[in-house]
Design a protein around this ligand. Structure first.
Ligand code: GLN
Length: 201
């Protein structure tokens, strides 16, 4: 089978780093700014950045409803940091006009780990990733306050949930695209491959 096409939502944020990490994980990686580009993708990454900005631009670019429809239909999707916020069914402290795509039954608290100058790195054990812990880069990172019954917690840091999966939707508070360790992107690429075969991983 040919390599899966994985889009990176390219409205704002660290798009380029995800494109590089996905290519390293043997996917065909493409920026997505228009509904037609979304339609051509087998899976999608929503990058880190600023979730309010990404949300507003998604509405402006006519992508919010197509995104919700694809996620509802089971398209594999991976959100990092601001992307995690975009995948939350509920945000604890939304800014005015801030909407989410949803897809994961979780409540997320924005900027929970503190401000930009309180950003940090920590080793994180992630369920489903074998070998050494993942180096978690946390930049004004959210955490997950609580998850519903259908969401699985994949990692915690300091007693807070920082990685979650529900079906084909994956979210991390931290940024594996910044470390050169592509295991999380490989996990996601494997999820996309499985979904193309009509299976779930
Ligand atoms: N705090 C940012 C937000 O609310 C997320 C930060 C990030 O993606 N690195 O969107």
């Amino acid at each position: 089978m040919t390599a899966p096409v994985i889009g990176v939502l390219a409205l704002q944020g660290d798009v380029r780093e995800h494109l590089v990490a996905l290519a390293a994980a043997d996917a065909v990686a493409r920026p997505v700014r228009r509904p037609e580009e979304l339609a051509e993708a087998d899976g999608l990454v929503i990058p880190g950045g600023e979730s309010t900005t990404i949300s507003k631009l998604a509405v402006l670019f006519g992508l919010m409803e197509p995104l919700r429809a694809r996620v509802r239909a089971g398209m594999p999707v991976y959100g990092t940091c601001a992307g995690m916020i975009m995948l939350a069914d509920k945000i604890l402290d939304p800014r005015s006009g801030q909407e989410t795509v949803g897809g994961i039954d979780m409540i997320v608290r924005r900027n929970a780990f503190g401000r930009q100058n309180e950003s940090f790195e920590a080793a994180v054990e992630v369920k489903g990733i074998s070998g050494d812990p993942v180096e978690g880069v946390f930049i004004r990172a959210p955490w997950v306050e609580s998850v519903g019954a259908s969401a699985e917690v994949l990692a915690e840091h300091g007693g807070h949930i920082v990685a979650v999966r529900q079906g084909n939707a994956l979210a991390t508070s931290f940024h594996p695209e910044l470390t050169g360790d592509h295991r999380v992107h490989r996990l996601f690429t494997d999820m996309v491959r499985a979904s193309r075969r009509g299976e779930s991983l």
